[in-house]
Ligand binder design. Sequence first.
Ligand code: HAM
Length: 424
Amino acid sequence: MEMRSPKGTRDMLPADSAAWQWIEQTMREEAALAGYREIRTPVFEHTELFLRGVGDTTDIVQKEMYTFLDKGGRSVTLKPEGTAGAVRALIEHKLYAEPLPVKMYYLNNPIFRYENPQHGRLREHHQFGMECFGALEPSADAEVISSIIVILGRLGLKNLAVKINSIGCPVCRPDYHRALREFLSENFDKLCPQCKERFERNPLRILDCKEESCQRLTANAPSILEHLCMECDTHFYGLQALLNAQGIGFQVDARIVRGLDYYTKTVFEVIMNSPRGPIALCGGGRYDGLVEEIGGPKLPGVGFGIGTERILLELQNQGIKPPEPRVCDVFVASLGMESRLPAFRFCMDMRKEGMKSECDHMARSLKAQFRFADKLGVRFIVLIGGEELNRGAVKIKDMVTGGENEVLLIEAIETISRSLVQRF
Ligand code: HAM
């Protein structure tokens, strides 16, 4: 049997690594500029965390979790999202005792969802996320939105739509749920089986149903924005004022409700137009009750998650290539057996000086070594051996100008290092 990676997983090959690392670098820099520090949490957690955190009415918990009993009979689950683990760590290590807000980010967190793999949808994907704990002010919401917009802008991505909404809080949402149930009650029988279940437990999620019939039934549903309490309303307008002040274009979309139960007030998505229709590139929002729900103090939170694979897809759609770093600066070619040892040493010495260098490990002929060096795209070839080596010298070939010159072995590193700095 031919071995293939499991359905819905994707290898990150060396050829993709330049793009991957460019994305990571950009995220790290922006997160640091906003005072966020990295957190890494385990790939699996107690299942209970996600039942309580993500919510047992969500698709993720009902259908998509990789849950199993370990050999000790405990139920564990591979992370289906990044926020719950970050909150668990915040509580366990009492990070909230630090001056607030506590800001953290995770980078390429592996996330597992048993979904039907299709364009842009994987069973294992990787998320970058920023989470800010302890701040109620809408400026914290605006900060995380602003950070991701700057990151996407630095990567050169265009034509992305930012959609925001407020889904209220435990004070005003019950009022909206009542209005929504009332609106839908006449057509209850026409709802899909899952929405029938949602009707009692979480009617807001009906607005997010992918079934066409449910979408038609909710087309003229009342808007949550008309049912917000004063506090949520003021918060939402505060956020819009901040985004406007930052020149961040956005649309208010009362149908953005998100697929996780923990959100309160702000929710947002960044949407990309893939050739097969719009899909979310990034999603996030405020979750003021989650820390308490998981057993911590009353502490608000706001953040987002973005899938690295979807960023790569969108870079590809928009024809954007990452800056390709040179794989190797200098190839140290050796002529004959006696020059292999000095060539190896020279190569190692170059690395100590911070230059990417390679030597021959394949016992290639000199001609074949030159061909290989050319394929690597090196800037210089240093030729060690023959008459020159007897004189304590080497030949340096500049692959851009084609020029060649002879220098003393002891001066060669200095000479190359100077040229590399000057020309790049
Ligand atoms: P989410 O919307 O479920 O939110 O996922 C965030 C992002 O992860 C999506 O916008 C998408 O880029 C990517 N993503 C999700 N599912 C898949 C998939 N099956 N294949 C590929 N990429 C995918 C959350 O997970 C929340 N924890 C975000 C958050 C953080 N909210 C507050 N803080």
